[in-house]
Design a protein around this ligand. Structure first.
Ligand code: HPA
Ligand code: ZN
Length: 319
């Protein structure tokens, strides 16, 4: 087992394992293409972000009640604890549910109950509300306002889904509102989109962390900026393999370059039910493929804590 770590890049909808998918589909009377867990898993074969997002979105249809969300969260937090996660900052996509007629309260209160349960077992855990960038800035503002009465249930906002064609600058206003509310700000950038998306996330949205950020390496001035300002990159190796946002061999993953460049990188799982592993699997596989020594593994874990939004005193206790 891996040592303690912080999971800072995981989408709760991406933790929907086939067995829970089938159970919830039956419970809620939702049609699935197949109810065979192995056949379902076989549909989890992607070569790019959009192919994955289509399956991910279709499967969210089984999530309907606060109980469903609580169960999804509960399964994730238990698996995460077994992976050595002592701090979890978990993304959720309210628009994926609200647009199907699910009340936002069911989403947030259901996940919130799972967060409370995880905390009662000793984990440090919080939620981050993500905007689906392909639905545009007005829809983002609308869901943000709908979520404001539940403000004490999440600590920040993020930006995910289809990247290319939906640059961060579109979301200037809603990120300004989030900042005014004292919320943390992160954004997916430089996953499929170029370095210009990472610049915009920093300059226009004022994000504190970049999710993925792999393509920042194409721009030396950007690499210098990320290093000098200590901006965290949450890197997801098995996701990069599955979505072809890194070379097809883990042994050619850019993680060592990121570390050599002095970037504040840490390892995360993104959508573990779809990409073949939780954070412990990601850590083990990069360690083996890239032959990382104990000192580097310790640094990756320390980076995850330093990059987290946990209270300073908690972070000091972990590093
Ligand atoms: N990228 C963009 N959107 C997402 C992802 C991702 O890796 N996972 C879930 N939504
Ligand atoms: Zn992601």
């Amino acid at each position: 087992m891996m040592g303690p770590t912080a999971e800072l890049h995981v989408h709760i909808e991406g933790t929907l394992e086939p067995d829970l998918l089938v159970r919830l589909a039956r419970r809620n009377g939702i049609d699935l293409p197949t109810y065979d867990v192995d056949e379902l898993r076989a549909t989890y074969a992607f070569t790019r972000l959009q192919d994955f997002l289509d399956v991910y979105e279709a499967n969210t249809a089984v999530l309907r009640t606060d109980e469903d969300f609580a169960e999804l969260g509960e399964m994730y937090f238990r698996r995460a604890a077994a992976a050595g996660v002592v701090r979890a900052e978990v993304f959720f996509d309210p628009q994926a549910h609200v647009r199907r007629g699910v009340p936002i309260e069911a989403v947030v209160e259901g996940l919130g109950a799972a967060v409370d349960a995880a905390r009662s077992r000793g984990m440090s855990a919080d939620l981050i509300l993500c905007f689906l960038r392909d639905l545009g800035p007005e829809a983002a503002m609308e869901v943000f306002e709908a979520a404001l009465p539940l403000r004490d249930r999440f600590i920040g906002v993020g930006l995910d889904s289809t990247e290319v064609g939906y640059p961060p600058s579109l979301f200037r206003d809603v990120y300004a509102r989030a900042a005014a509310e004292g919320l943390h700000r992160v954004a997916h950038a430089g996953e499929e989109g170029g370095p210009d998306y990472v610049w915009e996330a920093l300059d226009v949205l004022g994000v504190e962390r970049i999710d993925h950020g792999n393509r920042a390496l194409e721009d030396p001035a950007l690499v210098a900026r990320l290093r000098d300002e200590g901006v965290a990159l949450t890197v997801c190796p098995l996701s990069n393999l599955a979505l072809r946002t890194a070379p097809p061999e883990l042994s050619a993953h850019p993680l060592p370059v990121m570390l050599e460049e002095g970037l504040l990188v840490s390892i995360h799982s993104d959508d573990p039910a779809y990409f073949g592993g939780y954070v412990d699997d990601n850590l083990q596989q990069v360690r083996d493929a890239l032959q990382l020594d104990d000192e580097t593994m310790r640094r990756l874990a320390e980076n995850s804590f330093v990059s987290s939004f946990a209270p300073r005193a908690q972070v000091d206790g972990w590093i």
